[in-house]
Design a protein around this ligand. Structure first.
Ligand code: ATP
Length: 272
C-alpha cells in the first residue's frame, strides 16, 4: 500500500501484511476517559478471582481513585452480587450507563442485562466477544483512574478478545497454593507475553488459615510457592491471602466495600 507506515495499530485496513488481520482495539466511548486497565486472571474457576478483583477495586477506591470494574467473566458473572448490586443496566444500546456501588465504583456485568440473575448465558464465543467490546465502547464510563477487568477463567475465546480489543496495561494472576506448582501460572504468563502485556502481580489466595483460638497459621493447601514462582517469571509484586470466613460472608452478602484486606491494600499501593 502506498501510504503504509507499517503501524497496524493506527490503520484500519485489513491488508495482507496486517499483523492479526481483523483484530483491532475497540474504540473507547466518547464520554469515557479510562487511564489504566488491569486484567485479573486465573487458570481455573473458584480460586477467588472475582473476590480479588473486588478487593483490588475497593483498595483503589480507599486510595482516593476513581474506579471501575468491567465484569468479563460473562458466563459466570459474580461482581454485582459481591457489591450487593441488583440494578439492571440503564441507558440505550450505544449509551449504556453502568451501575454505581455505595462507595462509588462503576460496574458493568452481563448479569445486569439478564431478566433473572440465575439465567444461564448459553452463547457462543463470537457473541460473548461482542459483549466485551460493547462493555468497553458503549458504556459511558466517564473519568476513571483504574479499571479492573474480571477475566473469565483460563485462556479461551473471551480472554483473547479482552487482550486483543481492550488496552490492557497489566495483569494480576490469582492462584491457590496448589496451582502455583502446576503449569497454570506458566500458561497465564505465556499468554500475557504473547499479547505483550506485563504481569504485574501474583495473588496467592487461600494460602493459609489462621486459627481464631491459638492464632497458629495452618497451610491447608500446602506450602507457599508464590515467591519462587514470582522470581521465576520476573513478576514484581506478590500477595498472600488467608482463608477468611469474613471474606466469604462479605462476598455472599454483597458487603465487600466494608471488608478490609491488609495484603491487598499493600499490593494496591505497590502497584501504583
Ligand atoms: N480467601 C478466601 N477465604 C474464604 N473464602 C473465599 C476466599 N476467596 C474466595 N472465597 C470464596 O470462594 C468462592 C469463589 O470465589 P470467587 O467467586 O471470587 O472465585 P472465582 O475464581 O472468581 O470463581 P469463578 O471463576 O467461578 O467466578 C466465593 O464464595 C468466595 O466468597
Amino acid at each position: 500500500m502506498a501510504d503504509c507506515n507499517h503501524d497496524c495499530g493506527s490503520c484500519g485496513e485489513n491488508c495482507e501484511e496486517r499483523e492479526n488481520p481483523g483484530i483491532q482495539k475497540a474504540p473507547m466511548n466518547k464520554e469515557s476517559n479510562v487511564k489504566k486497565v488491569i486484567g485479573v486472571v486465573s487458570g481455573k474457576g473458584g480460586v477467588g478471582k472475582s473476590s480479588v478483583t473486588s478487593m483490588l477495586a475497593v483498595a483503589a477506591l480507599r486510595q482516593g481513585k476513581k474506579v471501575a470494574i468491567l465484569d468479563a467473566d460473562i458466563t459466570g458473572p459474580s461482581i454485582p452480587k459481591i457489591f450487593g448490586i441488583t440494578d439492571k443496566a440503564t441507558g440505550s444500546d450505544d449509551r449504556i450507563v453502568p451501575a454505581v456501588t455505595e462507595g462509588g465504583i462503576k460496574i458493568i456485568s452481563l448479569n445486569m442485562f439478564l431478566e433473572n440473575d440465575t439465567d444461564p448465558v448459553v452463547w457462543r464465543g463470537p457473541m460473548l466477544g461482542g459483549v466485551i467490546q460493547q462493555f468497553w465502547s458503549n458504556v459511558v464510563w466517564g473519568d476513571i483512574d483504574v479499571m479492573y477487568v474480571d477475566m473469565p477463567p483460563g485462556t479461551g475465546d473471551v480472554a483473547l478478545t479482552v487482550y486483543q480489543s481492550l488496552p490492557v496495561d497489566g495483569m494480576v494472576i490469582v492462584t491457590s497454593p496448589q496451582e502455583l506448582v502446576s503449569m497454570i501460572v506458566a500458561k497465564a504468563v505465556k499468554m500475557a507475553e504473547m499479547m505483550d502485556i506485563p504481569v504485574t502481580a501474583i495473588v496467592e489466595n487461600m494460602a493459609y488459615f489462621r486459627c481464631p483460638n491459638c492464632g497458629m497459621e495452618h497451610k491447608i493447601f500446602g506450602e507457599s510457592h508464590v515467591a519462587a514462582q514470582a522470581e521465576k517469571f520476573g513478576i514484581e509484586h506478590i500477595a498472600s491471602l488467608p482463608i477468611d470466613s469474613d471474606l466469604a460472608e462479605a462476598c455472599d452478602k454483597g458487603t465487600i466495600e466494608k471488608y478490609h484486606s491488609t495484603p491487598i491494600l499493600k499490593l494496591a499501593k505497590e502497584m501504583e
